[in-house]
Design a protein around this ligand. Structure first.
Ligand code: 13P
Length: 333
């Protein structure tokens, strides 16, 4: 493990004004997104869409890194491999390395993440293909008796093993424990669960001797459930989110890159601005983004699978990226 390389990459990923584009939708998920615009997903249409995003002029001012999917890291743009193309724009290529979520036996409705078997070899291959960081996502559902202790432990364990393996391969692990927005829970319950989950995640990372200064955390914001009758304001979300992370995220972690998790593009932008307006205080982490849907939603609609819409979609994408970058750059007041 070369800790200096890991630290340098992690800090470049949360460089001032910049954050990460999550474009690592699995084959199933990208089809779900394409269904909304009536496009059929296959390696060619997936690449046309992602090429539109990656070749957007000026996007490198807002985007430090892109999370790729296994299919995309092997594709090329104008004869140049996608990772090389991104590097040529000053964007760091990364890769989703988990293999998705499956139900935990004896715990209906709860999920564990698969993909540890053979991960060491896959990481070496991805490194050789040009990846400099990786992502592993685990999910927790809030519900009656959920998340269970079993779910919290199983997921923290996989995150810690994954992170150790990434660092061994000199790839920065993005550690993504996502407490889902689905459900009628309120802000307080989301906070309780987020604290509970992150405490165990950091216990396991420490147990497995993961060097926290060479990692990034990709969490949910602390937010009301989608079906909750009381939706917290941006300022409330920001305050509780910062309080939560101060309680459980070690100072050595260089950055927190939030996922958007089903928030609208405007909500994800407004909430990130409110979070930065409070700031990390003495914890010192960068408070940035690693958005999938919130960055892509408007551009996807504008593109609609038609080559004549590429320029307009790129314009819309750049505008959203600039807004999110501005939100990430708000100074504490
Ligand atoms: P969303 O921002 O759409 O939640 O996606 C981020 C991500 O990478 C989920 O793993």
């Amino acid at each position: 493990m070369d800790i200096n390389t890991l630290k340098q990459t992690a800090s470049a990923m949360v460089a001032p004004g910049k954050g990460i584009l999550a474009a690592d939708e699995s084959s199933k998920t990208i089809q779900k997104r394409f269904d909304k615009i009536g496009v059929s997903s296959n390696p060619e249409t997936n690449l046309s869409y992602r090429q539109m995003l990656f070749t957007t002029p000026g996007i490198e001012e807002c985007i430090s890194g892109v999370i790729l999917y296994d299919e995309t890291i092997r594709q090329s743009i104008d004869g140049v491999s996608v990772p090389k193309y991104l590097e040529s724009k000053g964007i760091i290529p990364g890769i989703k390395v988990d293999k998705g979520v499956k139900e935990i036996p004896n715990f209906p409705g709860e999920k564990m993440t698969e993909g540890l078997d053979g991960l060491r070899e896959r990481l070496t291959e991805y490194k050789n293909l040009g990846a400099r960081f990786a992502k592993w996502r685990v999910v927790y559902t809030i519900g009656n008796g959920m998340p269970s202790e079993a779910c919290i432990l199983a997921n923290a364990h996989s995150l810690a093993l994954y992170a150790g393996l990434c660092q061994e391969a000199d790839l920065v692990p993005i550690v993504e424990p996502e407490v889902l927005m689905d459900g009628g829970h309120d802000l307080k319950r989301c906070q309780e669960v987020t604290v509970q989950v992150l405490k165990i995640v950091y216990e396991q990372l420490k147990l497995y001797k993961v060097e926290l200064s060479g990692t990034l955390l990709k969490p949910n914001m602390v937010i009301s459930g989608k079906e909750s009758p009381t939706q917290a304001s941006a300022n409330e979300i920001a305050k509780v989110t910062i309080d939560t992370f101060k309680e459980v995220v070690p100072k050595e972690v260089p950055g927190i890159v939030f996922l958007s998790g089903g928030q609208t593009p405007d909500q994800a932008t407004e909430n990130l601005a409110a979070i930065n307006r409070i700031g990390p205080a003495s914890a010192g982490w960068q408070l940035s983004f690693s958005y999938g849907r919130a960055l892509q939603e408007e551009a996807l609609k504008t593109w609609a699978g038609k080559s004549e819409n590429i320029a307009a979609a790129q314009q819309v994408f750049l505008e959203r990226a600039k807004k999110v970058s501005a939100a990430r750059s708000v100074k504490p007041t």
